[in-house]
Design a protein around this ligand. Structure first.
Ligand code: AMP
Ligand code: MG
Length: 349
């Protein structure tokens, strides 16, 4: 009798132990990712990181993004970009490797987009002040005057000394159209150095995925519906180790007399770009490429843009037009899934 009670006690103890182990394992799975939100680069960012070094990796990554913001923000008087602008037409400025890399890459995309992307756009961005407290529609004289300063060919670079000079006084650069991409790639570098195998980097809606999801499936990234609030999608794509960056007219804008004035300025006119595209998403390996391309491509118009993206190996795009048509480049035709029947998926141009 005593022996049988012992057996029952042991059996119950084993069952309890198994249950405890199961609860522990499930708990660990649920908490195996750390999600951190933080404000930097003028926007809200989110990192979702899996793995045992997640906490340390996130701490380092947030610090790195803050450093990039300090070096490259036009809103910080002591940033390296502000210093280049202040000494335009006067003295070459020595800058960090980060800032030099961003400017060099930006100039490549200025040239590739035939000047649609032009980081010397800052005088016009400042005039419109779309991201500021009192945005306004400038008069055409003001626009013409500022347009005279816009020309990326006036950016003089000296790689050996890490020097940057703008040829003429009054010229100013703004790397807001590419810095988030650089920062996302820098975050990925920090995560990989910390042995992280799975993460979702979201810098103000620009996504960079590291590896696969923890369960081994690809990340499913939604393409924002440009006509609705954040979180409503036109379609989805599945990605592993890819950057998904969008430029859209819904990101920053103001409305005057019923007309929307958004933050992507066409360097040919000085006004917010008015092509048929209202959103373009670039899918690429590195986020700096996606970001550098998205802003220029937005301006270039549908036909020229599709042609350009098809020519770049490893890069794809999703275009959404004013009349709610969706076009995708050949590399992601099978991957893109339309989830919103207000839009029409046009498989051919
Ligand atoms: P994105 O969200 O990457 O398309 O970048 C938009 C930001 O890039 C704007 O807020 C401006 O700071 C800057 N920008 C606006 N127009 C241009 C342009 N034509 N070329 C380069 N940068 C631009
Ligand atoms: Mg961009």
């Amino acid at each position: 009798m005593i022996v049988s009670i012992n057996y029952i006690t042991i059996a119950i103890a084993v069952i309890i132990l198994i249950m405890l182990i199961l609860i522990f394992i499930t708990g660990r799975n649920q908490n195996n990712s750390i999600v951190q939100e933080f404000y930097s680069l003028g926007t809200l960012n989110q990192l979702k990181v899996y793995g045992k070094n997640a906490e340390k990796a996130i701490e380092e990554a947030v610090k790195k993004v803050g450093e990039i913001d300090d070096k490259m923000s036009v809103f910080k008087n002591d940033s390296e970009i502000s210093r280049i602008n202040k000494y335009a037409g006067k003295t070459p400025q020595e800058v960090s490797k980060d800032t030099y890399c961003v400017i060099k890459k930006a100039v490549e995309y200025c040239s590739l987009s035939e000047g649609a992307f032009d980081i010397t756009i800052r005088p016009l961005v400042g005039l419109w002040n779309i991201s500021g407290e009192n945005p306004r529609v400038p008069n055409s004289n003001e626009i013409q005057e500022k347009l005279r300063s816009v020309n990326y060919k006036d950016i003089i670079l000296d790689e050996t000394e890490s020097l940057v000079l703008l040829k003429n006084e009054k010229q100013e650069i703004d790397v807001g159209g590419i810095a988030k991409g650089y920062a996302a790639d820098a975050v990925r570098e920090v995560l990989l150095r910390n042995n992280i195998k799975s993460a979702l980097i979201n810098l103000g809606g620009n996504i960079l995925t590291v590896g696969k999801k923890e369960d081994g499936t690809p990340w499913c990234v939604g393409i924002q519906d440009p006509t609705k609030d954040r979180g409503e999608f036109v379609g989805t794509i599945n990605v592993i180790n890819k950057s998904v960056v969008t430029s859209g007219n819904y990101e920053r804008y103001f409305i005057q007399d019923g007309k929307r004035f958004h933050h992507i300025i066409d360097p040919r006119t000085g006004y917010p770009s008015n092509s048929e595209i209202i959103s373009v998403t670039i899918i690429s390996d590195n986020s700096i490429d996606g970001d550098g391309l998205s802003t220029g491509i937005y301006i270039m118009g549908l036909y020229k843009s599709i042609k350009l993206i098809e020519e770049i190996k490893g890069v794809d795009a999703v275009f959404i037009t004013k009349n709610k048509e969706v076009y995708v480049t050949s590399g992601i035709k099978e991957n893109f899934i339309l989830t919103n029947n207000e839009f029409i998926y046009k498989k051919e141009l």
